[in-house]
Write a protein that binds this ligand. Structure first.
Ligand code: 13P
Ligand code: SF4
Length: 350
């Protein structure tokens, strides 16, 4: 059991976005019973809670069993022995957990769990593109639906996209759906001296596409010595002026290991909240950008799905789609773990 005062002690350093994400002793006092009810129900139902770093801090630090970036959470989903996985994030991440755990119940507590990237492309789009680009290896970002993964050879996340695309034994790649990450991928392959024909789809993350290199110039003027960290979903102009580019967990590691003490995070502000909590001696500057989909996860929603999930809270997948999507995710694990990858070419429907 946690008291309001103990919860406040954990959350008090969050300062990034004024009222929306700051915690008072009173706010924590009112949240504590909900946190305790969820933690008790988790045990009763043999459930675990996976939470992406972008969801609200009271979820990450109050009830989550696993937190991290999309790669780490996909791996964690394969390790748990619980019967039920509650995935506080967005729907495609819940789908990934279900693809990897067909025998477990996967529940998503958010009320608006889309993602502008995952919603940008459908399985039909990929089937059509495969006819147009029959010699290309189709590489999808993990921010895609199970239907899309089922049509692609390899899945990637922001933490491994460059390594995997460089390693794929084909110099023709179709990357989807993130246009900006695709442009960054092309630039990075050039920088590494890797020659590949990389075709790119047109999706965008509505949170990361907004950052403007002018803003970085302003941040550097206003906060001398600041280290600028950005996510590969940002535009190439931002990537060029950043000190470090990586997935949310890689950015967290960078700050932890860095000897610097001032950072600007060009990513969803849940990550800034985490840094303020975990490294209170470091200064996190800049604005707050919220992902409305990630932030639609609440303690109330988690309690609801544990008590009485509605049909739309539970992930269900067609078994054929699941198996095909699993092959695509397993290929990613094999590339990252440097195991031999069996590239079974997908059948292209006539
Ligand atoms: P990460 O895998 O870096 O956590 O990214 C997920 C995401 O949705 C970023 O917008
Ligand atoms: Fe999708 Fe962007 Fe939200 Fe990440 S931040 S879940 S890419 S909309």
């Amino acid at each position: 059991m946690i008291t309001g005062a103990e919860l406040y002690e954990k959350l008090k350093d969050v300062r990034i976005s004024g009222g929306a994400c700051t915690f008072t002793p009173e706010k924590c006092e009112s949240m504590a019973p909900l946190v305790n009810a969820i933690n008790a129900l988790k045990k009763e139902r043999n459930a675990v809670i996976l939470a992406h770093s972008y969801v609200s801090p009271e979820i990450v630090y109050g009830v989550a069993d696993y937190t991290g970036d999309s790669y780490a959470l996909a791996k964690d989903a394969t390790r748990t022995t619980a019967d039920t996985i509650v995935f506080a994030a967005v729907r495609f991440m819940g789908e990934t957990a279900k693809i990897l755990n067909p025998g477990k119940r996967v529940l998503i507590p958010g009320t608006d769990t889309g993602c502008t990237l995952a919603d940008a492309v459908t399985g039909d789009d990929v089937r059509r593109l495969r006819k147009e680009f029959p010699e290309h290896t189709f590489v999808c970002y993990i921010n895609t639906t199970a239907d899309v993964k089922a049509e692609c050879e390899v899945c990637v996340t922001s933490s491994n996209v460059y390594h995997i695309v460089e390693t794929i034994p084909n110099d023709k790649i179709y990357f989807l759906p993130d246009k900006l990450m695709g442009q960054n991928l092309v630039d990075e392959m050039k920088r590494r001296g890797v020659e590949k024909d990389i075709q790119i789809f047109g999706g965008r993350c509505y949170v990361h596409e907004e950052y403007d290199p002018e803003m970085v110039r302003f941040l550097r003027l206003k906060f001398p010595g600041v280290k600028v960290l950005s996510h590969p979903e940002c535009n190439p102009g931002i990537i060029k002026v950043s000190d470090y580019v990586g997935s949310t967990s890689q950015m967290l590691d960078y700050v932890q290991k860095s000897k610097d003490d001032r950072f600007a995070m060009l990513t969803e502000c849940g990550l800034s909240s985490r840094l303020q909590i975990e490294f209170p001696e470091k200064q996190i500057v800049g604005s707050c950008t919220l992902c409305k989909y990630m932030k639609s996860n609440t303690l109330e929603g988690i309690l609801r799905v544990l008590l009485k999930p509605r049909p739309q809270d539970e992930i269900t997948l067609d078994e054929d789609v699941r198996l095909r999507a699993q092959r695509c995710i397993d290929a990613m694990f094999e590339y990252v773990e440097r195991k031999p990858v069996s590239h079974v070419p997908l059948e292209i429907p006539s």
